[in-house]
Design a protein. Sequence first.
Length: 202
Amino acid sequence: MLLINKNRIRMPKKPPKEHICVLSNKQLPQAEMVRFVCDDQSRVVPDIACKLPGEGVWLQACKDVVRQAVAEGVFEKHFGQCVVSPTLEKDVGAHLTKQALGSFSLARKMGKLVSGFTKVQQCLASQPVACLIQASDVAQGSKEKLRFNGSSVPVFDICNSMELAKVTKASRQMFMALLDSEDTQRLLPSVLKAQRYNLGGC
């Protein structure tokens, strides 16, 4: 009888989930979208983790798209009578940023997050880095120096040093690096989504 070692068999990767943007009718990967639901108080809320109950609608993760959807009454068309916050566009950005910071905290627990200018600089020169994290209030010269060393590495720079410090439990945190691995590649889409959304990109 032939014995097969299942650990050596690489199963094909599942194709990424896709959804239809209710504003543009474009079919896009879930990593580029935000789900919205109507809660038990009839308020439209972003479901960043895609876990809230109820029928949801999907929009491209873009400030302009969310702003236009609010202006055109897209949520009322899909949910019926509902309450749409005038700050929904900003709320989405805040939730996405919180999710990204949570991803960094998880990476730190896995030993896949390095902090401090010198250590980050050494990592960029010696090993694969999935994302370079820089505080928005750091000196421009230091930013440019690290970006030169890691010119092809995605950059996350929408949080200030006090916000990043919550990840490492430091008083302030200027520089971090998300080390490349199979685990951190699963975290990276949420990080890039937050960066792209908060900078106004689509």
